[in-house]
Design a protein around this ligand. Structure first.
Ligand code: AGP
Length: 608
């Protein structure tokens, strides 16, 4: 999943492109480049490395023009080298292209194009596109792009420039997100809105199959038959400050520390205290439809999948509706069961994760009602779902998801409350939960006060080769999430496990070198977790206990304890995950890891 940008207007394209790429770097950061129409032809600058390196290259070897395209890469086909970096150019050097996605029939196309004499310079799937456009018929660039795409299988968000069309960019989308930025006498192209905000907040989301022709005078959107299409111009609700690092050393720490406010934003305007219920207008579900729900299937990936596991507990507990939680990547290829009363809920921070999007589409095809629980407004999952809940957590830049997880859990609590009140949860029970949710942001604030405690604890475990996270009930998904955070940013191998399952295998791993993080909030399963801690202690394991403020009855078992404020069991994951986010963060910092750009990862996985 790469980031693409484009600019045409009166200004200096290169500075706008580099600014945009630096904001998209969380999408992929192993190589980068730009191509600019400089009045004499197409000029490219590219390298293996970060946007900062590209900026240095352009300072040493500048290129000027008012129309250009740029790219930051997450390599899928071909190593992250200068040669494989985008933009790619055709045999004549008069066409250049950047691409986000995967061309699935690239090998077949390449063989044919090479037989036709095209000279391939890279190992990428993308290069086939520029040679296809090069040989496609048409008097305009857009006609040639449309003709070329007839032969392409796979996903793409592309931007193309040509020497022959001096102030024009042709953009096309299938599967990968692309937006147009409508500015004042200038137009921009980007994979997401963060790259545009310095110039405009007015954007046009392209749909699959759209081809946009962008010039300094305006833009036209065509379909595959070159028929004009209308698309709405929407305004982005957040501004540049939301994506500024401020005084924080990393976006991840900033986003962890924002969680009291993001939980407030997710709750804002959605709690009806008197009725003891939630207001979720975006769901588009009538009371009648709610009463007919027979099962809920949650589809998601990564951290969102962990939130889904918490969601299962919450929704089953509050509404009695059976919930299954599926890895979207597996679910999309399983036989889809056509069962009446099925609601499929796609959980995704970015709203662009390919596997989750395809699982949603597969469910839709079998007649399931499909809903989205998404953070990015206007993203593909949000637009393809029949209804949903926006998290309003603001942009999440750190690749390791943090505030989106707690916002997802809060949104699932709202959904459970809403459905529960339609299916037997009493107004008293509803009011109690509303009261607890209203108090939650403050409890999050108090929890964040443990940061310095966790920082010193991190120093004791920064050299650990492995780690085990244990939890029961609602804490099991939190254990999984804690382990994922540590893996993602510190590269320490870590595993999350249901505490009672430990004795069926992982207990063999335990010795004095194995840190074991035990989630032991004071809930109905507390004593069960204490038994598991005794089993760990008996094998010499080093225990970090995440527990609830109160009498210290774990001192004899735990080597280290972190206490979070007491909360109702259903809400505890929002609090107990925070010390785990901070622990992973501080360990990664101590190990000198690039916390916001962990190796091999990207923020939004838009390819399969
Ligand atoms: C989490 O820290 C990771 N970045 C990753 O597992 C992520 O949760 C997953 O790719 C799903 O992303 P989404 O929520 O945007 O769909």
């Amino acid at each position: 999943m790469c980031g693409i940008v484009g600019y045409v207007g009166a200004g200096d394209a290169v500075s706008v492109l580099v600014e945009g790429l630096s904001r998209l770097e969380y999408r992929g950061y192993d190589s980068a480049g730009v191509a600019v129409l400089n009045g004499r032809g197409v000029e490219t600058r590219k390298l293996a490395g970060r946007i900062a390196d590209l900026r240095d290259l352009l300072a040493r070897d500048p290129v000027h023009g008012s129309c250009g395209i740029g790219h930051t890469r997450w390599a899928t086909h071909g190593a992250p080298t200068e040669r494989n970096a985008h933009p790619h150019i055709d045999c004549t050097g008069s066409l250049a292209l950047v691409h986000n996605g995967i061309i699935e029939n690239a090998n077949v196309l390449r063989r044919r194009l090479e037989q036709d004499g095209h000279d391939f310079r890279t190992e990428t799937d993308t290069e086939t596109l520029i040679h296809l456009i090069e040989e496609s018929p048409g008097t305009t660039l857009e006609a040639r792009v449309i003709a070329a795409l007839e032969h392409v299988e796979g996903t793409y968000g592309i931007a193309v420039v040509a020497e022959a069309d001096r102030r024009k960019i042709v953009v096309a989308r299938r599967g990968s997100p692309v937006l147009l930025g409508v500015g004042d006498g200038e137009f921009l192209i980007a994979s997401d809105a963060s790259a545009l905000l310095g110039h405009t907040r007015s954007v046009v989301h392209l749909n699959d199959g759209d081809v946009a022709v962008v010039t300094a005078d305006g833009y036209r959107i065509l379909d595959r038959e070159a028929r004009e299409q209308d698309r709405v111009v929407e305004d982005i609700e957040w501004d540049l400050d939301a994506i500024a690092l401020g005084d924080y050393p990393h976006f991840m720490l900033k986003e962890i520390c924002e969680q009291a406010n993001t939980v407030r934003s997710t709750l804002r305007g959605r709690l009806l205290a008197a009725d003891g219920t939630a207001r979720l207008n975006g769901l588009n579900l009538t009371a009648r439809q709610c009463s007919r729900i027979r099962r809920i299937v949650i589809v998601a990936c990564g951290t969102s999948w962990h939130a889904g596991l918490v969601g299962r507990h919450v929704i089953e507990e509050l509404s009695g509706i059976p919930v299954s939680v599926e890895y979207a990547s597996e679910y999309r290829y399983r036989r889809q069961l056509r069962l009446p009363g099925t609601v499929t809920l796609a959980i995704s921070q970015s709203g662009e994760t390919a596997d989750t999007l395809e699982a949603l589409r597969a469910a839709k095809a079998t007649g399931s009602t499909v809903l989205g629980l998404v953070n990015v407004v206007g993203s593909t999952i949000a637009r393809e779902a029949e209804g949903g809940i926006y998290l309003h957590a603001g942009p999440e830049i750190g690749v390791a998801s943090t505030k989106a997880f707690t916002a997802q859990v809060v949104a699932l609590l709202l959904l459970g409350l809403y459905l529960g009140r339609q299916r037997g949860l009493s107004v008293q029970e509803g009011r109690a939960l509303v009261g607890q949710l209203l108090a939650l942001p403050q409890l999050v604030e108090r929890t964040l006060a443990i940061e310095s405690e966790v920082r010193s604890l991190a120093a004791r475990f920064a050299d650990a080769p492995n780690a085990l996270y244990l939890g029961r009930g609602l804490s099991f998904p939190v254990a999984l999430e804690g382990a994922l955070k540590l893996k993602e940013i510190s590269y320490i191998h870590a595993e999350g496990y249901p505490a009672a399952e430990m004795k069926h295998g992982p207990i063999a791993l335990i010795d004095e070198n194995m840190p074991v993080v035990c989630l032991a909030p004071r809930d109905p399963l507390y004593t069960k977790v204490v038994s598991a801690m005794q089993e760990v202690k008996a094998r010499g394991g080093r225990i970090i206990a995440i527990t609830t403020e109160g009498p210290d009855d774990l001192g004899h078992l735990a080597d280290h304890q972190i206490a979070v404020p007491a909360a109702a069991p259903l809400l505890s994951p929002v609090l107990t995950v925070i010390p785990l986010q901070l622990l992973a963060y501080h360990i990664a910092v101590l190990r000198g890891c690039d916390v916001d750009r962990p190796r091999n990862l990207a923020k939004s996985v838009t390819v399969e």
